[in-house]
Design a protein around this ligand. Structure first.
Ligand code: ZN
Length: 201
């Protein structure tokens, strides 16, 4: 057991950022019933409160002409990842579906991903290039797992990444800090205090 008290380094958070809508995509990570609904298999207790905020963000993004992308954690029976997390997000089940309040609209892109990183083995990078989107606003769950790995996948491909803190959920505060530190320090992403601080121009 490793247990130690660390001082948390200063992590900068922007109040307001402006992004050119036509170069922007909002990436909504894994807001599926298994993670967001209390009856889900891997429920994240702080995920439901992010739903109305993410809804506001994607509604504004669409209206401004930004692209909206949803990722869906997707597993088939017997996936080796179940040895870590138990069975979840099995393709075609209720738990795999995106929560009703955030149901994708016509024109949105839905990416089925088998691992934490939404770029891994998916057409996401290609689609973002086709639609010329190099500024990504990433929200969803879980902060230090699929959100962080997707931010990493984006940053390593030189996308500009923004993460509104109140649009992301984690299992505990420590995990949220870990994600915030990695997003800013390692991947040079910008944390924004709230989804409402993201302005599409
Ligand atoms: Zn999974």
């Amino acid at each position: 057991m490793v247990r130690k008290c660390f001082e948390v380094p200063e992590i900068g958070v922007a109040e307001r950022i402006e992004i050119p809508a036509k170069r922007a995509a909002v990436v909504v990570v894994d807001m599926q019933n298994d993670f967001v609904n209390p009856r889900g298999k891997l429920f994240v207790p702080t995920a439901p409160e992010t739903v109305p905020r993410i809804r506001r963000l994607v509604d504004r993004a669409r209206a401004a002409g930004a692209l909206v992308v949803y990722t869906k954690d997707t597993h088939y029976p017997g996936d080796p990842e179940f040895s870590t997390w138990g069975e979840h997000a099995v393709r075609g089940t209720w738990g795999w579906e995106i929560v009703d309040e955030l149901r994708p609209r016509e024109g949105d892109i839905v990416i089925e991903k088998t691992r934490y990183d939404a770029f891994y083995g998916t057409p996401l990078d290609d689609l973002l290039r086709v639609y010329r989107r190099d500024h990504l606003v990433v929200v969803g769950t879980v902060a230090n797992i699929c959100v962080l790995h997707t931010v990493a996948g984006a940053a390593l491909r030189w996308y500009r990444v923004y993460v509104p803190m109140d649009g992301v959920s984690a299992l505990n505060e420590f995990d949220m800090y870990v994600a915030a530190r990695q997003i800013t320090f390692l991947y040079r992403g910008t944390l924004v205090k709230s989804v409402d601080g993201v302005v599409f121009t």
